[in-house]
Ligand binder design. Structure first.
Ligand code: BES
Ligand code: ZN
Length: 473
């Protein structure tokens, strides 16, 4: 393997990531990380596949040696596991778990497929490189999920074997038409657009460890508090994560008659370009400023209209999604531990790039089939002009999986069928310009999310107004 362990090889992994995303590669600034200098290149290096595996191996080992990084428990799919094995990446205590996932069937509808997931301990420093290798070789993003412990990982994988039961209390009947139809026209594309623009340009990046990542979280708390002004039934709180500086942010509209039952609408606040540091340019306009902007617009309209749900509705901007769903994993674990009754979760991650003629794609794996059907019903009723189709992510690709892991009912409406989604994510080119400087696609997701929030939040037509209700408005 002589020679391939030069610092240049490490940089090549970054270029590889960009090339696999079909981004024109420009000169990058050299920077230092883990004591190794990254050398700038203006063009990708061509490595043969075998050399590539060797490069990964040496890179992994080099970074393990250079930093006494702690090891973490992760689960990965079998393809990503093969890459790690080939790389000889010091995997410890590997366990194999079979889980059923639902994927679209050719003939329409769904079929169940068995997937093998691996739970193991790896050096934390190896993880960014794993992501970029998966990008290159498997033509997809990602795929490792971080678990707090071995037991935690085992429980999560065991969960995937069971379909979460639909909470008894919930009805998937579409019966709040007056309220939903009054609110839908209030959603504004321009609001979503300006939120995406602000999140993607006000900071160099929103990575979970950087100044920008922390600043974005602090600013979001202020923005959401301003939205909630004048509503004493609304709180905005930070969810602190002891392991890293970026907070998740949670806005709560307290339910009037069933405050203990919670509807969650979330997206992730952090952004990445893979090897991200303080000065990396990671605008994350689509991934996932778009999701946060889409759900913030729902919140704005619900709050300003004076809408009061029967159930509690929580809006969440998760920290640290890009590094193994860590923020949402901690929140879902906390909610499970406290026995909180979350009746449904909606994840908005990448809503603003229309990669096909389909408007909304419902992700079928690691989500809840009955709630997905409910979303289709909502779309047919309230957004009949939109086309909805099904697609599988192929792995636990976003925060919905953290909730599914803990036995909650979660869905993930996505911008395009898998493979036709925004090719610029995780690069410096993930800007609003890639979506034609408009948020018109994201608006469709706000509309679906608003229908979901009200139909589950009220779960039945508005009762006749009482004097007390009127006084509260
Ligand atoms: N938004 C992506 C997930 C995604 C990308 C879904 C492309 C569908 C198509 C998300 O932010 C992400 O990048 N997730 C990680 C996985 C996670 C477990 C770290 C990824 O895919 O690398
Ligand atoms: Zn994302």
């Amino acid at each position: 393997m002589g020679g391939v362990g030069e610092p240049a090889i490490v940089t090549e992994a970054v270029l590889t990531l960009m090339r696999c995303l079909k981004v024109p590669v420009q000169a990058h600034q050299a920077h230092k990380e883990n004591g190794m200098v990254r050398v700038p290149f203006s063009r990708p290096l061509a490595l043969r596949p075998a050399a590539r595996a060797a490069a990964l191996a040496v890179g992994l080992l080099a970074s393990a040696a250079a930093s006494a990084a702690p090891s973490v428990w992760v689960s990965v799919g079998s393809d990503a596991y093969r890459l790690l094995r080939m790389a000889g990446a010091g995997l410890e205590q590997v366990e194999m778990h079979r889980v059923p996932v639902q994927v679209p069937a050719e003939a329409g509808g769904l079929k169940t497929q068995q997937e093998t997931l691996y739970l193991m301990r790896v050096d934390e420093a190896a993880l960014p490189r794993l992501s970029s290798e998966v990008h290159e070789r498997l033509k997809r993003c990602g795929g490792y999920v971080v678990h707090a412990s071995r037991e935690d990982g085992r429980q999560a994988l065991a969960r995937f074997r069971q379909t979460p039961v639909q909470p008894e209390a919930v009805s998937y009947k579409v019966d709040d038409e007056a309220e939903v139809n009054a609110l839908l026209p209030q959603l504004q594309e321009s609001q979503i657009r300006s939120t995406i623009l602000n999140l993607s340009t006000a900071y160099k990046n929103r990575y979970y460890t950087t100044t920008g990542g922390v600043g974005a979280s602090d600013d979001l708390v202020q923005t959401w508090k301003a939205l909630a002004a004048g509503r004493d039934d609304v709180t905005v709180k930070r969810f602190d994560h002891p392991g890293w500086p970026q907070n998740s942010v949670v806005m709560t509209i307290r339910g009037t008659t069933k405050p203990k039952e919670i509807v969650v609408i979330g997206g992730h606040l952090d952004s990445t370009i893979g090897f991200t540091n303080e000065n990396s340019i990671a605008p994350g306009a689509d991934d996932d400023a778009s999701g946060v902007a889409s759900l913030q617009e729902v919140a704005r309209v619900l709050l300003h209209s004076g809408y009061q749900p029967r159930r509690t509705i929580q809006f969440m901007a998760y920290a640290a999604e890009e590094v193994g769903l860590r923020g949402s994993a901690e929140i879902a674990a906390d909610y499970q531990a406290r026995g909180k009754k979350v009746v449904g979760v909606l994840q908005l991650d990448m809503t603003n790039y229309q990669g096909s003629s389909s408007d909304i794609t419902l992700i079928t794996d690691y989500t809840h089939a009955a709630q997905n059907d409910f979303l289709q019903k909502l779309a047919r009723r309230y957004l009949p002009e939109l086309t909805v189709n099904l697609s599988a992510c192929g792995y636990a690709c976003s925060d919905h999986a953290s909730w599914t892991n803990r036995g909650f009912v979660a869905s993930f409406p996505f911008e395009a069928p898998m493979g036709l989604h925004n090719p610029f994510i995780h690069t410096a080119q993930d800007t609003l310009a890639q979506s034609g400087d408009t948020a018109s696609h994201a608006l469709k997701f706000s509309r679906l999310a608003l229908a979901y929030a009200v139909e589950l939040g009220s779960d039945g037509p508005e009762p006749a107004p009482t004097p007390a209700r009127l006084a509260r408005r």
